[in-house]
Design a protein around this ligand. Structure first.
Ligand code: NAP
Length: 502
């Protein structure tokens, strides 16, 4: 970003008052087009992880509220499915336009409830908004097939029908994008939804529901339930025979348990789960590009991304130089509250995250890993952890098999391509892999041999609304975005009619 743009952005953000913004965020549930208190009257506190202080109290839904949301989504389904695709698309497009007008507000809100630096929050608004624009365009392109059967005795007609009411569950790490990545294709396809954001970051979804209300979305098409008791409110929704689909983004263990619940209702499911991304650097790579890629793959979102590089696997001949160059860059990262100028690394989401990252690091160091920079939680208000680089991580260390979800770069080495592929695939996860090489044929071989749903070839960041995002193995089922994304919310329907000339 050029200096003039950066200064303009800082001036705009400074003009926003945090308290005015928070006051404008709804604090109730959004059910059937109305803002309502929870039936029990209980509330849920939302904290700023950079200070630990409560920034807003909102409605804490109970099972009764969940049933009301299910009723609203089911009641709105038939009308929404028959609303012309152009109208559905134009509503999404208006939502995209209004989101652009409010991008600073959405960005600041995400920084306040989740902690990411404002510049990254603005990037999330851009990324999250693209799902609204992309699926506003896809809504009118839901196509079918018409043809003669091979026997010549009939005509085959294939159409695509909306699956029906959907339950969407989102995580805290990308509060806007994970919501729009589900809501936009569902609405484009003609499905109504109930969305349950993470209890740690529910404000962005409430603020987005307000935006949808303003652009004229019919009552009941999107319903929002916020809660501190996710299991209790999900149970009646998942057990309701009117629900047709569950789309979940979050950790693999919770995804597995929800899949079991979804099995009882034979629900369609989309699962965007955890990752353990290998980041492989071959000795023929453009090292400058690899270091840039490593910095964004690791430290974006404070390391709290499913696509974060989790295992940096570097060819032994260049490992020392790679480690020295990333260490120099990591030492220069500014840590602080996401609203401060120049901050690159904000707080971790909560104390549990600090405990998890600390334990993984302690285990790796106890087994012989070397710390080049960082290494511990920061003794200050909020939940901050030092940006860290370790190398010489020994096989069997927990940090190689678990998602770190923090600003820790863990480096190991490999000898040849076969060794790199074996090491990279030695995990239950298969979301994304990163490969840095100048050898085109090798890059192409890696596309086939890495067991992942996505791959960054000489690039450290690849999410895009126009591409199918998703994993294999225990990283999930289904794809979000791209041409594939809308089909997660459509069921093909095959009809046969006799040969009209017979
Ligand atoms: P999480 O603990 O699995 O929670 C995700 C969502 O599930 C939250 O809304 C949570 O609500 C809810 N939840 C938890 N237990 C539930 C239950 N028993 N029934 C119904 N809902 C339940 O994950 P997280 O810590 O928020 O997010 C981090 C994880 O998400 C990481 O593993 C990351 O890799 C993954 N992720 C994957 C992708 C992807 O596209 N593949 C993208 C982003 C993140 P509460 O907040 O109330 O617990």
């Amino acid at each position: 970003m050029c200096a003039a743009n950066r200064i303009a952005k800082i001036n705009r953000m400074a003009a926003l008052s945090e308290s005015d913004l928070l006051a404008g965020v709804p604090d109730q549930l959004f059910i059937g087009g109305k803002w309502v208190a929870s039936l029990t009257g209980s509330t849920l506190d939302v904290a700023d992880p950079s200070t630990g202080t409560t920034i807003k109290s909102i409605a804490d839904a109970s099972a009764g509220d969940a049933r009301a949301a299910m009723d609203a989504a089911a009641d709105a389904q038939a009308d929404w499915a028959t609303t012309p695709a152009r109208q559905r698309g134009e509503l999404l497009r208006r939502a995209f336009d209004l989101l652009q007008e409010r991008k600073d507000q959405f960005a600041l809100l995400m920084t306040l409830e989740m902690g990411k630096p404002v510049a990254e929050a603005l990037s999330e608004v851009a990324y999250g908004g693209e799902f609204l624009r992309w699926f506003s365009e896809e809504a009118v392109r839901i196509s079918g097939r018409y043809g003669t059967n091979p026997e010549g005795t009939g005509r085959v007609i294939v159409t695509h029908r909306p699956v029906g009411p959907c339950y969407l569950i989102t995580p805290w790490n990308f509060p806007l994008a994970m919501a729009t990545r589900k809501i936009a294709p569902a609405l484009a396809a003609g499905c109504t939804v109930i969305i349950k954001p993470a209890s740690l970051t529910p404000l962005t979804t409430l603020y987005f529901a307000k935006l949808l209300e303003e652009v004229g979305l019919p009552a009941g098409v999107v319903n929002v339930v916020t809660t501190a008791s996710s299991g209790d409110i999900s149970e009646p929704i998942l057990a309701d025979p009117r629900l047709r689909k569950l789309s979940f983004t979050g950790s693999t263990p919770v995804g597995v348990s929800l899949l079991k619940q979804a099995a009882d209702g034979v629900l369609r499911t989309s699962m965007e789960l955890g990752g353990n991304a290998p980041f492989i650097v071959f000795e023929d790579a453009d090292l400058g590009r690899a270091v840039d890629g490593a910095m964004s793959a690791k430290f974006r979102n404070i390391g709290q991304a499913c696509t974060a590089g989790n295992r940096f696997i570097v060819q032994a001949s260049i490992a020392e130089e790679f480690t020295a160059r990333v260490t120099e860059r990591v030492k220069a990262l500014k840590v602080g509250r996401g609203t401060e100028e120049g901050v690159a690394v904000g707080p971790l989401i909560d104390e549990r995250a600090i405990a998890k990252v600390s334990a993984l690091l302690e285990d790796a160091v106890a087994r012989g890993a070397k710390v080049h920079t960082g290494g511990s939680a920061i003794d200050r208000e909020g939940t901050f952890f030092e940006p860290t680089v370790i190398s010489g991580v020994k096989p069997g260390s927990d940090i190689l098999s678990e998602e770190i979800f923090g600003p820790v770069m863990s480096i190991t080495t490999f000898t040849d391509e076969a060794d790199a592929v074996r090491t990279a695939n030695d995990t239950q996860y298969g979301l994304v892999g990163y490969v840095f090489t100048r050898d085109l044929a090798r890059g192409q071989r890696l596309i086939d041999s890495l067991e992942t749903g996505m791959m960054g070839l000489n690039i450290g960041m690849l999410s895009n609304a126009a591409a199918p995002f998703g994993g294999v193995k225990q990283s999930g089922l289904g794809r979000e975005g791209g041409l594939e994304g809308i089909h997660e919310y459509l069921s093909p329907k095959y009809t046969l009619t006799p040969d009209p000339f017979a």
